[in-house]
Design a protein around this ligand. Sequence first.
Ligand code: ATP
Ligand code: INS
Length: 397
Amino acid sequence: MAPSPAAAMPLAAEPDEVVVEVEEEEERGVKGGGGVAGLDEVEGLVVGSYCHDVLLRGGRVVGETLGGAAAFVSNVLDAASPARASLAVVSKVGHDFAYATAAAPARHPPVLCASPTTSFHARFSDDAASAHAPDRQLRRVHACDPIYPADLPDRRFAYGLAVGVAGEVLPETLERMIRLCRAVLVDAQALIRAFDGEAKGGGAVRHVALEATPYARLLPRVAFLKASSEEAPYVGVETARRRCCVIVTEGRDGCRLYWDGGEARVAPFPAVQVDPTGAGDSFLAGFASGLLWGLSATDAALLGNFFGAAAVSQVGVPTFDPKMLQAVKQILEKAVKRPCTHINGNTFTFQRSSIHDELHKSLQEAAMLVCEQKQANSPATDNGDVCSINELTSLPS
Ligand SMILES: Nc1ncnc2c1ncn2[C@@H]1O[C@H](COP(=O)(O)OP(=O)(O)OP(=O)(O)O)[C@@H](O)[C@H]1O
Ligand SMILES: O[C@H]1[C@H](O)[C@@H](O)[C@H](O)[C@@H](O)[C@H]1O
């Protein structure tokens, strides 16, 4: 389908009784802060729980890391958003949570629950994964409490990201996000995951059709829905694109955007892949940062691809080189003459802009910095903490 000459869509959030309630409370001075974020103050809301990821290959544990889309997402948003953007994260963990001092949870502490921290076993296959084949089998071993509507802060946000991993973002919680946030971006994995019987070894993660879930009716009030190519058939791209913009990530091939009336392919960046975990999460956050910088959706997807590629080059939640981040921000400052977040405006534009190719070229140079840094840090003899899931098998468990 050829891109339409002009494409814009209304923002997700419509005034309704809850927002009115918040407004009334603000007027009465009951709640501080809030209000629709202006250009000088853009606050985002991330909803989804941190988790424990156990990486297995050939039946052996080859790595244990902090996981959960909220960890990857806040890591990128904190690093790549324009200076005036801030973030609130609503995440739940148990008393067994092992990563309270890791960067993302330390900056955005989770709520402590009596139930154990959500935990996944990711079983990597020995076969070289194709760009579209599932690269790992996931089992949910523990599930923390769901995140309820009442767990969300009682104020409004410029944008929200619904990024559950284990069904913790309930339909009513997503609905409240939509009411509180001017634009909501959703990871399909938060909506379509089902878990087989929690037998010994945990419940296998499978997918259900989005249309058969209570989330389907909320889609017209969602701005962007991101799905991996494995999840896309369950989302039903042709139906969903009539309700919101759908982004399908295609691993090392980059991504495609589908909106009502147009579509675009966005090219990937080079990466030395060591662990695919969190690529989709980092993509979504890079994409949201791009919108915050004022890019069109297709241009913002470049930033999504950039951070997706950066994520696969490290095991677990990546640490970004400050020089690389500075280079990226300089590129964006130069490309976007006046950052004026589309997230905060009245419409989104989807089209590739005239700066797209130049932006891709400049970011490609920054991506090469990541690859070079990775190669310099991990010579063949190095079996430190940046080795690949393959290399990890040679480490003592
Ligand atoms: N090997 C790679 N090389 C370059 N970029 C990659 C690679 N793998 C992933 N990416 C980037 O990350 C984005 C998301 O990757 P992918 O489609 O694998 O998501 P995903 O399956 O949801 O990932 P995960 O479930 O591991 O978080 C891709 O669209 C691409 O931009
Ligand atoms: O940490 C990971 C990551 O957040 C992935 O996106 C998700 O698919 C997994 O369930 C989770 O364990």
